[in-house]
Design a protein around this ligand. Structure first.
Ligand SMILES: [Cu+2]
Length: 117
């Protein structure tokens, strides 16, 4: 349990850190996972798949009907995300099956990657 709390704190810290430090934080968390099998759900990149139901590259928003995401205890749902960089939405269209990555466990409404499957 203490380890889970430590991982959560590490993620909170990572979300506020520059990218270089984030990478270092991820590596530390990864090492912890090797000793604690219950932790990976919240430690690594949080990715899922779904179908695009709305996309607005100009506004930097995308709505995805996505599957359940265990790492953040989400059931399947349709929800709108904000792209960290609106450019990642270029070429993404309504009806596309995509895989996507959440920015972090504490910034779940921000997507950092969207790729057509
Ligand atoms: Cu959701």
């Amino acid at each position: 349990m203490l380890r889970l709390i430590a991982v959560s704190l590490a993620l909170v810290g990572a979300a506020c850190s520059p990218p270089a430090q984030q990478e270092a934080a991820k590596s530390d968390v990864g090492d912890m996972n090797m000793a604690e099998p219950a932790a990976p759900a919240v430690a690594g990149a949080i990715t899922s798949t779904g179908t695009v139901t709305q996309v607005d590259p100009a506004a930097g928003t995308i709505t995805i009907n996505h599957g359940a995401i265990e790492a953040v205890s989400w059931p399947a749902m349709t929800m709108q995300f904000t792209a960290e960089d609106p450019a990642i939405l270029q070429g993404v269209a309504v009806g596309d099956s995509v895989s996507f990555e959440l920015k972090s466990a504490t910034e779940t409404s921000v997507v950092t990657r969207v790729h057509e499957q």
